[in-house]
Design a protein around this ligand. Structure first.
Ligand code: NI
Length: 174
């Protein structure tokens, strides 16, 4: 297992569309495990392959709290096959936009079909935080970040804060 580098907004690579994997083989399984290790270390509850510079339709999620047994979900080629009419609002964050949060509205419940780490087709019904997290990670596969769901005004506010933070971290040159 290895720790991977997480790309930060506004890196252009975060806006590319990821390609499906042919099958979940040893290489994809390794990517999933490296992504999980990277996500736990961050720490975060979800990570998508494009965030570590791999344009593959692979996501990992674990909503277990620190004092709970890990419950990793490894998904390749996830597809939404049903969404509820009812919406839910969550205050979302993203490992590619550290320390920024905003309310995002999404379908409250979903049904997703995917390939698991053993290349088996699975279906999962989810609601609550899991439904939100799966949709957030699947957005990354389309090159969409949670800030893309906000108004331009709100998005620019976050972007300006990010750029300011970056500037102040640079060493002074003389
Ligand atoms: Ni994210």
């Amino acid at each position: 297992m290895a720790l991977l580098n997480i790309l930060n907004y506004p890196d252009k690579r975060l806006h590319k569309i990821a390609k499906p994997v042919d099958k979940v083989d040893a290489e994809v399984r390794r990517l999933m495990d490296d992504m999980l290790e990277t996500m736990y270390k961050a720490p975060g509850i979800g990570l998508a392959a494009p965030q570590v510079g791999e344009l593959k339709r692979v996501i990992v999620i674990d909503l277990a709290r620190e004092d709970e047994k890990p419950q990793p979900l490894r998904m390749a080629n996830p597809e939404l096959i049903a969404v509820s009419d009812e919406d839910a609002v969550y205050n979302e964050g993203c490992l590619s936009l550290p320390e920024h949060y905003a309310d995002v509205t999404r379908p409250a419940a979903i049904k997703v079909r995917y390939l698991d780490h053993e290349n088996e087709i699975r279906e999962l019904e989810a609601d609550g935080l899991l439904a939100t997290c799966i949709q957030h990670e699947m957005d990354h596969l389309e090159g969409i970040l949670f800030v893309d769901h906000l108004t331009a005004l709100k998005r620019n506010m976050i972007l300006r804060k990010l750029l300011k933070a970056k500037k102040s971290q640079q060493p002074v040159s003389a």
